[in-house]
Design a protein around this ligand. Structure first.
Ligand SMILES: *[C@@H]1O[C@H](CO)[C@@H](O)[C@H](O)[C@H]1NC(C)=O
Ligand SMILES: *[C@@H]1O[C@H](CO)[C@@H](O)[C@H](O)[C@H]1NC(C)=O
Ligand SMILES: CC(=O)N[C@H]1CO[C@H](CO)[C@@H](O)[C@@H]1O
Length: 458
């Protein structure tokens, strides 16, 4: 009796260990547990998880017109480029972390031997270029948008030049807009058409052209002091200490940049190659939350609400969007709408200031170095707002009671701040933003006073 009991018990233990072993080998999740914290380095699939099962799936109920009597007449889409390689600056940081870990880390963890067997494959000349996955991001987005708004993005309209393509001059954006067009060509099996687009940096890279932004934020180290303070905060120290103990490398060698490099490495390996890399094991959930906050802090102070000039630098794009909507509204009144869609491809840095200008994702309290825990439920979460291929889509509808407008962020309807209707009348939205529409002058906001210059010269 007793022997049987022990034997059975032994067998069960033995079997469960075997199953457990093979399970842990086979069932390493394909998505890193910390993938939701990758911020601007996050995949589009993380904000639309159903796309992991079917990349062309469109939830028709989300993109339906506001009511059955409405018909879409125009769309303006502002889209971030797709998944890209790290920039040169980050490749250098990653290489430094890799060298440090390979030469100094010790321990018996299996992920550590996996890390040591990992080959550094990022090179400086990758320089933030679009990767194949990034081309797919845009090909697939194009196909889904065509499905969502078939009366605006159609083969006929494409052939009749009624869809306009505008991009930032940066290689990853130009390659994205081409991939977007390629997606449409594949969808309709178009083989006899050129890919045509316009480069317009004054619209898509307005931040480079806004002198006041460049002087007071971009080139000004103290403008991002909250980020620097957070890097030397107790919360960040705790992350570094944990990494230091996991790798058995002295604390002072695990700088905030090293911790961040591990985070980036995990995110790039995942976004680019769809791999849950052993580098991800260097960080736990709370570490990732700290590093996410660090990156949100930077976006907040450099692109978001932190400084007024960040959002005001996007005035040209704001005006351009409403000019296009106005033109469509006007065309419609007097006959046919000339253009059905505008596709504008830019950067996360294009979208965040514009969204801030329009008062989206505004927290009651600013994001600061001290307020990490207070901001746990913040609205300003860049991974939710601007992952790769993020898109902000304005759709103008003609309805029986007038023109209405609906906004979509990442293919989900979004209500205008302080307007509780899904698709308000267009004139209401114009009224809502009347201050910006009548002001928000690029030269006034962005020109650093010539007078001051002259005074100092005298
Ligand atoms: C589509 O969106 C609606 C509304 O949010 C939701 O209730 C529904 O579950 C979604 N359908 C699918 C198949 O994802
Ligand atoms: C740099 O930023 C700080 C903090 O925002 C600000 O007080 C200062 O005026 C800025 N300097 C310049 C040259 O704009
Ligand atoms: C600017 C800001 O939000 N500051 C708050 C940060 O958090 C502390 C408490 O942790 C508050 O006292 C501050 O008002």
């Amino acid at each position: 009796m007793k022997t049987t009991y022990f034997l059975v018990n032994f067998l069960i233990t033995f079997l469960s260990v075997m199953v457990g072993l093979s399970f842990s080998k086979l069932a390493r999740p394909t998505i890193p547990a910390i993938a939701h914290y990758f911020g601007t380095k996050g995949r589009y699939e993380e904000v639309n998880p159903h796309l992991s099962d079917d990349i062309l799936f469109v939830n028709k109920s989300l993109v339906a017109p506001p009511s059955p009597d409405c018909r879409a007449i125009h769309m303006v889409s502002v889209i971030r480029h797709g998944t890209r390689y790290p920039t040169t600056k980050n490749v250098i940081k990653i290489a430094r972390l890799f060298d440090l870990v390979v030469s100094q880390a010790s321990g018996a963890a299996s992920w550590l031997s996996d890390i040591k067997a990992w080959k550094m494959w990022y090179t400086e000349d990758m320089d933030g270029r679009l990767v194949e996955k990034g081309r797919d991001d845009h090909r697939h987005l194009a196909m889904r948008l065509a499905q969502s708004f078939p009366t605006l993005i159609s083969e006929d309209h494409l052939r009749a030049n009624r869809i306009e393509f505008i991009t930032s001059s940066k290689h990853r954006c130009v390659d994205s807009v081409k991939a977007f067009q390629e997606g449409l060509h594949r969808l309709w099996n178009v083989q006899d058409m050129d890919y045509k687009h316009y480069v317009d940096d004054s619209l898509m890279r307005f931040f480079d052209h806004c002198e006041r932004f460049v002087e007071s934020v971009e080139k000004n180290k103290t403008a991002l002091k909250e980020v620097e303070r957070f890097k030397s905060s107790a919360v960040m120290d705790a992350v570094r200490r944990k990494i230091s103990s996991r790798l058995q490398i002295p604390f002072n060698q695990i700088t905030p940049d090293m911790a961040e490099a591990a985070f980036f490495l995990c995110s790039y390996e995942f976004a680019i190659k769809s791999e849950n890399s052993p580098w991800c094991d260097l960080l736990d959930d709370s570490d990732a939350q700290v590093l996410e906050y660090k990156s949100d802090l930077k976006q907040y102070w450099k692109r978001g609400y932190g400084h007024a000039i960040n959002r005001k630098s996007s005035c040209p794009l704001f005006h351009d969007i409403f000019k296009r909507l106005d033109k469509a509204a006007n065309d419609y009144r007097f006959g046919d709408v000339e253009k059905t869609a505008t596709i504008q491809v830019g950067h996360g840095e294009t979208l965040l200031p514009l969204l801030s200008l329009m008062s989206f994702f505004k927290d009651k309290k600013p994001l600061t170095a001290e307020n990490f825990s207070l901001q746990h439920n913040r609205k300003f979460r860049s991974g939710q707002i601007v992952p790769y291929a993020a898109n902000l889509v304005f759709v103008l509808y003609e309805c029986s009671d007038g023109l209405r407008i609906q906004l979509f962020l990442n293919e989900k309807p979004m209500t205008f701040p302080k307007m509780n209707q899904a698709a308000p009348l267009y004139e209401m939205v114009r009224k809502h933003y009347s201050k910006l529409l009548n002001g928000c002058d690029f030269n006034n906001e962005c020109n650093v006073r010539q007078a001051n210059l002259r005074n100092t010269e005298l």
